[in-house]
Ligand binder design. Structure first.
Ligand SMILES: Nc1nc2c(c(=O)[nH]1)N=C([C@H](O)[C@@H](O)CO)CN2
Length: 121
């Protein structure tokens, strides 16, 4: 199956398990890989026949603005479910990074895969 990609999308949200994190917004960085057959869109040159990475990026930013989870795990799981439902994505791989959370690490975060990849033809 083909993939539509969003990489390095920066969003601001309330995220964190500690008291001091509940009253500030912090940056998360989203990488998203979405399975889809790009051939119908390519054959017709029609945006409506593919996963619109601009529309999906906007939805991710909106979700982050409205969210206030403690764990990056919760943010990732809820975002993956929302995107799969709203955009009919059969399979996705979502990587969520919280840079700066651990001073000694380049970054920390989670990566999840949800759904069925489908067959390549
Ligand atoms: N697996 C996780 N570990 C930690 C998380 C998390 O969301 N998932 N969060 C924190 C704190 O909020 C931390 O980011 C503050 O710097 C610690 N560990």
């Amino acid at each position: 199956m083909d993939r539509v990609l969003i990489e390095g999308l920066r969003v601001e949200t309330v995220i964190g398990a500690y008291d001091w994190e509940r009253s500030i917004r912090q940056r998360l960085v989203v990488d998203l890989e979405m399975a889809t057959d790009i051939r119908p869109a390519a054959a017709s040159d029609d945006l409506t026949r593919t996963l619109d990475y601009a529309a999906i990026s906007t939805r991710i930013r909106e979700f982050a603005e409205d969210s206030h989870f403690e764990l990056v795990e919760t943010f990732a799981e809820r975002l993956a479910a929302l995107l799969r439902h709203e955009f009919a994505i059969p399979w996705l791989r979502l990587t969520l990074r919280k840079p700066g959370a651990v001073a000694e690490a380049a970054t920390v975060g989670v990566r999840i895969e949800r759904g069925q990849r489908g067959e390549s033809r």
